[in-house]
Ligand binder design. Sequence first.
Ligand code: ZN
Length: 357
Amino acid sequence: MSIEIEAAVLVETNTPLELQTLTHEPLTSGQVLVEIAYSGVCGSQLLEIKGLRGPDRFLPHLLGHEGSGIVAEIGPDVTKVKPGDHVVVTWIAGEGINSGGTRYTASDSQIVNAGPVATFSNRAVVSENRLLPIDTRFSLRQAALLGCCLPTGAGTVLNLANIDAGDSVAIIGVGGVGLSAVLGAKMAGAGVIVAVDRNAANLELAMALGATHSLNSAEVDAIRASNEIVSGGRFDATVEASGRTELMEMAISLTRDEGICVIAGNPSAGSRIAVDPFELIKGKRIVGSWGGGTVPDRDIPKYVKAQLVGEIDFSPLIGSEYDLDRINDAIAELESGTAGRVLLRTNPSISDSGSTS
Ligand SMILES: [Zn+2]
């Protein structure tokens, strides 16, 4: 029997998403049908919608790469999950079959493309290796953040920044990913965690999540102000999560000799940054971040456990919540630079705890 879903479709770049009813052929090897409960909306979808990732040869297509839900049906050869399992849906490839992208059909018979994961829909066909089963006691609302925001941010510190207990870390840009980096720094036992942003609400959230200092870059010169926080004004590690090139350059300057600067923000395609080669000659390392170096099957259970035992609390990361039919309002709010992660409630029949009505 064919599968029917309600999904937000990007028909053309720079136009509002369109809600459409789509059908999908029966599942093939490695494919899993997930009832998507919640989806995060992240900056990389904004880049896709605005066509800032270069020409988009997949239009029309589905969007969304972090979510949570309940497995409805599994295709042939799937062993990692079974119907009824609660899952994190993530763009970061983990264990299991990679069934690749897929195709849906619109009511006018047009083909609508989707990658191995899509979450701006009430249900989605997802590749087995983009799913991670989680404890059914875990909040599905919080679990949506485990698909991108939390591992991408916390991983920059835990997997890439080589932090020892007591070290100093500066996090430049504390939107969803930067705030998650604050949590990662807390989990790593950093002694000084400085959040830098020009949005006061973001800075307040960073302090609530464990930052020890906040610097409002709209009001103070962050490089000068850092002199009063750490000796020499330079940090053992810095994480840049704003995606703004001038802040990437600032993050590099704020890193001490032989320290590590992790670049995690997403600028527009074709952007350039300038680096004084002596920054590198003195042993400073600039490290790129692909999903925070996350290994989903190793790292996501670690975050679930840290949250369940109260070691961290990432619920303050969740910002406004919208139903799927208000997807364009959710995107507009993200674009306005709101504090916290904007969530979509993609399937109102599923409660936070996973019970269905
Ligand atoms: Zn993302």
